[in-house]
Design a protein around this ligand. Sequence first.
Ligand code: GRF
Length: 194
Amino acid sequence: MVRIGILGSGKGSNCRAILEAIRDGRLTSIEPTLVVSDVLEAPILGIAREFSVPNIYLPPGHFRTRLEPAAEKELVAVLKEAGVDLVVLAGYMRVLKEQMLAAYPQRIVNIHPSLLPAFPGLQAWEQALATGAKVTGVTVHHVDAQIDHGAIIAQREVPILADDTATTLHARIQEAEHELYPEALAKIVATLNT
Ligand code: GRF
């Protein structure tokens, strides 16, 4: 059984897709042990409660895009205390630094709304629309010290239609995310010996 800790800052639709896949038996050998948010009222915490998964708000400190060192230390402690084997980022808006990377080497995964290495960073679907690309997609990847970087685990293409707006394209990308993330986790879990 692989114990996962899900980290998110926002609406948590990927967290929901993962918890539904586990509940429905589409994703096995995996136990959702903890959901952690850096945002006090993030809907992702409510989703954890809905699925009876232990959940916690961890104050991030004063930095905007990463945790303060003491907060990152606390995050490691909380995850280790819960026995988390694999950290799953699901809309977590902070860059993880050395303490987390050292505590979970090759054991942190993320989902990004583009076909990396294309369009790293924020609003990737808007970046794709702005270039006039006909195709974008979704990537699940290992997390390393660089943003939206690290070995690619799974990708899925999403077409960009002629009449797409940022809203319609983002919705189509999120649908693909909700399918791909549980599938990618099944693949990762199969390779982990825990
Ligand atoms: C997703 O689009 C994901 O690719 C990105 O953050 C978003 C999180 O959405 N990293 P949600 O909170 O899972 O709905």
